[in-house]
Design a protein around this ligand. Structure first.
Ligand SMILES: C[S@@+](CC[C@H](N)C(=O)[O-])C[C@H]1O[C@@H](n2cnc3c(N)ncnc32)[C@H](O)[C@@H]1O
Length: 226
């Protein structure tokens, strides 16, 4: 199943269950991500894989900036539009349908760029990183949130959760969430087994790369400058 199909049924329930299934950690991780982005109120930030616009809304509320949110799922964006309206941020946030692997923007168009849970879904993460870096103006921040792989004593607990807890909980919610519940653990494990995120970022010419593991390593934020 590809990412478009995976996310199509999730839009209306995404925020509630993403929070529940991450034990309430997910919004905290997004707030930390946004705190790493250096922009002024007159700047425009591109939020890639914006989904239901949670990061875009947080960015606009905290920084007062304009945000363009891009996602390939029409259904996730539909919920995002409702959330932006409910937050009264239609003047600050524009949501557009598009693919992170081929961004419809000129080089250096944005003051900063954020992306969330994206790289596990693209065919070529190194090429996608270069594409994301391309549209940021020189010196601008790039910041990412992704699930991490906990180490030490937290790892067996994480394995138990993604192998048993998440699939069972997902199945009790809906068929769409059952799919996510079984897919997520292997997807996170395989991604981190195959790619070194710092190498991917380095390869895209990103400098001053820093990272922080959150919630015992379950969440991972990277940030740097182009
Ligand atoms: C787990 S959701 C994250 C949504 C949101 N950023 C958040 O913090 O909740 C991942 C999003 O990535 C989007 N996505 C996956 N691959 C993409 C691609 N190649 N281009 C654009 N969006 C993509 C999916 O449609 C989905 O909305």
């Amino acid at each position: 199943m590809d990412a478009v199909e995976l996310f199509a049924p999730l839009g209306p329930t995404y925020d509630r269950y993403a929070r529940l299934l991450s034990f309430g950690q997910d919004p905290r991780w997004r707030r930390f991500l946004v705190s790493r982005v250096e922009v002024e109120a007159e700047d425009t930030v591109l939020d890639v894989a914006t989904g239901t616009a949670a990061v875009a809304i947080e960015l606009s509320k905290r920084r007062g900036c304009r945000v363009v949110g891009l996602d390939q799922s029409a259904e996730m964006l539909e919920t995002g539009r409702r959330r932006v309206e409910a937050a009264g941020l239609e003047d600050h946030i524009e949501l557009i349908h598009g693919n992170a692997e081929r961004l419809p923007f000129e080089d250096g168009s944005f003051a900063a760029l954020t992306f969330t849970y994206l790289l596990r879904y693209v065919a070529d993460p190194a090429a996608t990183m270069r594409e994301l870096a391309r549209v940021i103006r020189p010196g601008g921040t790039i910041a990412m949130l992704e699930f991490g792989l906990p180490s030490g004593l937290a790892r067996p607990a994480w394995e138990l959760y993604v192998r048993v807890g998440l699939p069972v909980l997902g199945a009790t919610i809906s068929p769409g969430w059952r799919e996510v519940g079984s897919f997520l653990g292997p997807s996170i494990r395989e991604f981190h087994g195959r790619y070194d995120l710092r190498e991917l970022w380095d390869g895209a010419g990103i400098k001053e790369i820093r990272s922080k593991r959150l919630s015992l390593g379950g969440g991972l934020v990277l940030w740097g400058r182009v």
